[in-house]
Ligand binder design. Structure first.
Ligand SMILES: *Cc1c(COP(=O)(O)O)cnc(C)c1O
Length: 481
């Protein structure tokens, strides 16, 4: 497909605006050469982007069971809320009394998400999940430092953790201690007891964990860490299974981040914008980044900087419109709807797991939470058909591949998260497709190596794409204008 730079012609444009009737002011630092922007008619632009959109598979096209990264249908009404002029046409440097509605929204969002997570305070400044993790770890660091307890240099992270956990801990200046998971995918209490000590700053945990299991020993785990003087960090990137049902704060966690761009009505991928608010218990609130909102009595809202704030992590108040969408989502679902969504997410995952369990090898038995992991190791050994091959074959049936090769503790992993927004028929159709692909693999393994065959592009060289990305367009000839 041609790039937009290769389309159009010199001088072609849409002239809606009248000619400028104000003398042009030339301060002397203007461009020497005109920018080489594409010049197209409105019609060409519209067709170009429509054609591009048809070449991508999005959540509005079909089933998108991307485990660990909740990709679900986001109600359009929340986009409308985020598009209201009162939210879009304001500036963060406006006087407080002119943006009372926006401050009230941040305040209500803080209260709502504290209620959902069992935390006491929250900052919406971080722009993504990993950014929220980094913020949360700095809170832990500030806490120990203020107490003069600076020998705590280690963060414990189970080996099933999302890759951002050890990365964030390292960025925050901590040494990462990895502990192995048990056969059943849960934290090994003995290994944890052996790992904690006077140098433990904290533990980072995802629960339900990355294999979709709710750790039965969660209260014991947070107790062990607290008794050793450490704090507990909850990776709340995926709250789909538990929102409104159980609260990380009640499980003993002191600090959490959420990914509003997974569970709370903003789709993710493609570079954002995201929002990774960091929430905490009262003991850490004085360290929160950026500015918080408060209200005097029933009156005006104000911004204030927490007393011992770790500082600013991003300008102003984070990705404000993502917070608008998230609050709109939570308020439209309401107190009954939020847990209902979580329960349906768990039900859907278990239904699909049940439909597939006789054909595919499940990495862990029993009930799962919002996602489950299958291992294709046997298939790989027997027929040389890999998790990648199956994932690619799904594309030919209009299904986006599940998360592959994660978590690392399961070999040839496919991690499936259907979410609550899929009807029963979609799950049954997906199960039929998975079974058909397995049949095809057994009949003709070579066929699977060639999938996908019906997509705009076939198999990409993903390694080269990641290692040597071509991000600039090289113009054919260096024309002067
Ligand atoms: C997605 C995810 C993250 C990271 O979030 P980003 O917004 O991509 O930085 C962290 N932890 C878990 C469990 C996740 O699924």
């Amino acid at each position: 497909m041609e790039l937009i730079f290769e389309k159009g012609a010199q001088g072609r444009k849409l002239s809606l605006l009248p000619k400028c009737d104000v003398p042009e002011k030339k301060p002397g630092c203007e461009r020497q050469k005109a920018l080489r922007l594409p010049q197209l008619s409105e019609n060409e632009v519209s067709r170009h982007y429509t054609a591009l959109s048809k070449r991508a598979h999005g959540v509005n096209d079909g089933f998108y069971p991307l485990g660990s990264c909740t990709m679900k249908y986001n109600p359009k009404v929340n986009d409308e809320a985020a598009g209201l002029k009162g939210f879009t046409d304001i500036h963060p440097l406006q006087p407080e009394h002119t943006v009372q509605g926006a401050l009230e929204l941040l305040n209500l969002a803080e209260k709502s998400f504290c209620e959902i997570t069992g935390m006491d305070a929250m900052s919406f400044e971080p722009a993504a999940g990993a950014h929220g993790e980094f913020a949360g770890l700095l809170l832990i660091k500030a806490y120990h430092k203020k107490r003069g307890d600076e020998k705590r240099t280690k963060i414990i992270v189970p080996d099933s953790a999302h890759g951002t956990n050890p990365a964030s801990a390292t960025m925050a200046g901590y040494e990462v201690v990895s502990i192995a998971s048990r056969e059943d995918g849960c934290v090994d209490l003995e290994a944890l007891k052996a790992a904690v000590g006077e140098d433990t700053a904290g533990l980072m945990l995802t629960n339900p964990n990355t294999v979709g299991l709710f750790d039965k020993n969660i209260l014991e785990i947070t107790k062990i860490v607290h008794e050793a003087g450490g704090l507990c960090y909850y990776d709340g990137a995926n709250l789909n299974a538990v929102m409104g049902v159980v609260r990380p704060g009640d499980m003993g966690f002191d600090v959490i981040h959420l990914n509003l761009h997974k569970t709370f009505s903003t789709p993710h991928g493609g570079g954002g914008p995201g929002s990774g608010p960091v929430g905490c218990k009262n003991i850490l609130a004085e360290f929160l980044p950026g500015e918080q909102t408060s209200q005097d009595g029933e009156e005006n809202y104000h911004l204030f900087r927490p007393e011992n704030s770790i500082g600013r992590l991003r300008m102003f108040h984070g990705n404000f419109l993502v917070v608008v969408r998230a609050l709109s989502y939570v308020l439209t679902l309401g107190r009954e709807g939020v847990p209902e969504a979580a329960k349906n997410a768990v039900l859907n995952a278990n239904y699909l797991k049940h439909l597939l369990k006789d054909d595919y090898h499940m990495a862990f038995d029993g009930l799962c939470m919002h996602e489950f992991v299958m291992s294709l190791e046997d298939l790989k050994n027997e027929l040389d058909v890999s998790a990648l091959d199956i994932a690619k074959a799904l594309l030919d049936y209009g299904i986006h591949p599940p998360t592959m090769y994660f978590p690392l503790i399961v070999h040839e992993a496919l991690m499936i998260e259907p979410t609550e927004t899929e009807p029963k028929e979609t799950l049954e159709e997906a199960a039929r497709v998975f079974k058909q692909i397995l049949k095809d693999a057994k009949a003709n393994p070579q066929m699977l190596h060639e999938a996908p065959t019906t997509t705009p592009v076939r198999r990409l060289d993903e390694v080269t794409a990641a290692r040597k990305p071509v991000l600039r367009y090289a113009f054919a000839e260096a024309t002067e204008e």
